[in-house]
Design a protein around this ligand. Structure first.
Ligand SMILES: Cc1ncc(COP(=O)(O)O)c(C=O)c1O
Length: 374
């Protein structure tokens, strides 16, 4: 049986009519860039995150970079971020001119913690770096430990910019929404995200009105008035067609989140007892957004090959830790063993709202078969 990692097409069936109607309304209104539709999405997102403001931008990567730039971070500064993640946060830090300092992740949560960030801070200080911020990542939809990171950031006078790109709908250990951990929370609307556009998009969420105003200026060429540019920004405006699609999807989000919880619980049950590390749901009020279901296996590559033979798609998130990426090799970062091990062992299994019981059972049976026969 063929089982895809993600089946975006099946999701569109439920939303395409409303999305196409919303797109037609934007067409009729002819306000294609920013405008009322984007503002409506911004209001929805701010409310969903319990923040006072949201600013729509062109991508999650831009949300991170513009957040950092709005905080005045740039050349001569350093920012801590985990080595086991997608590259966007580290890239955004580097694009501001600052230096990424990589911290390790905890072996089970795969997220940064006060312990791993403290080690990176000490290393950065020994090298004489000027630390300005921490960018924790809510990896695969699990919020990074907010309380301990906030306490550490406060004691070290560092800002927290939360990379919540994968965590919309998740909640931290205090039950607060993903994206509200720091001075800004950064979201991506890349099509495969829990709330995905029909193209690229992103947003910065904050309860600091001045910071929101600065991100708004930076996303539109640093303009302070018509054709007056107080500083250099860029073109990073969220377009209204994407906002219209996203708004059309918001009414489905809670049902999709519930489906993700059920799929995760079913995998956890079906894969119990195998020599695999299976991610577990955090203790309430924390809520995993379950962007992806990533197991860890010492024989990861043979497992992936055996799944492929049975028609099951899987994916390695992420094969190379950021401190070992060619683009960051010159930084000469030390070994970060948990991140390196995660890159050797992590494997994402098919996971999306709409994955049928039959398909999930096939995946579970295929994994079990691999261990039974090899
Ligand atoms: C953890 C994380 N951060 C940031 C991003 C960047 O988002 P975008 O692709 O919208 O630039 C992604 C997306 O792919 C991501 O997974």
């Amino acid at each position: 049986m063929k089982v895809q990692l993600n089946d975006l097409a099946s999701q569109q069936v439920a939303v395409s009519r409303a999305a196409l109607e919303a797109i037609a309304r934007v067409g009729q209104g002819a306000r294609f860039i920013l405008g009322e539709t984007v503002e409506q999405l911004e209001r929805w997102l701010a409310e969903a995150c319990g923040a006072s403001e949201a600013v729509g931008v062109a991508s999650g990567t831009d949300a991170l970079e513009l957040s950092l730039r709005a905080l005045g971070i740039g050349a001569g500064d350093a920012v801590v971020t985990p080595a086991f993640s997608f590259i966007a946060a580290a890239e955004a830090i580097a694009q501001t001119g600052a230096r990424p300092v990589f911290c390790d992740v905890e072996p089970h949560t795969l997220n940064a913690s006060a312990g791993t960030v403290t080690e990176a801070i000490a290393r950065a200080r020994r090298s004489g770096l000027r630390l300005r911020a921490i960018v924790p990542v809510d990896l695969f939809g699990l919020c990074a430990p907010r309380r301990e990171l906030a306490a550490l950031a406060a004691s070290e006078s560092l800002a927290v910019v939360e990379d919540a790109a994968q965590a919309l709908g998740g909640r931290d250990e205090m039950g607060r929404p993903a994206g509200a951990a720091g001075i800004t929370g950064c979201f991506s609307f890349f099509p495969t995200k829990n709330l995905g556009a029909w193209g690229d998009g992103g947003a910065v969420v904050t309860s600091d009105p001045e910071l929101a105003a600065r991100v708004r200026r930076l996303r539109a060429h640093g303009a302070t008035g018509p054709y007056i540019h107080g500083e250099l920004g860029r073109n990073s405006r969220l377009d209204a067609l994407q906002a219209a699609v996203l708004l059309a999807k918001t009414s489905h989000l809670s049902a999709w989140q519930a489906a993700r919880q059920e799929l995760a619980a079913r995998y956890a049950e079906g894969l119990a007892g195998l020599p695999l590390e299976v991610p577990s749901a955090p203790t309430p009020p924390a809520l995993h957004a379950w962007h992806a279901f990533v197991v860890r296996c010492e024989r990861r590559d043979p497992l992936a090959a055996s799944l492929r033979e049975r028609g099951v798609e899987s994916r390695v998130y992420y094969p190379v830790p950021l401190h070992r990426q060619p683009c960051f090799a010159a930084l000469g970062e030390p070994a970060l063993p948990n991140s390196e091990r995660a890159c050797r062992t992590a494997l994402a299994l098919p996971f999306y709202p709409g994955l049928s019981d039959e398909a999930q059972t096939w995946v579970i049976d295929s994994v079990r078969r691999f261990f039974a026969t090899s």
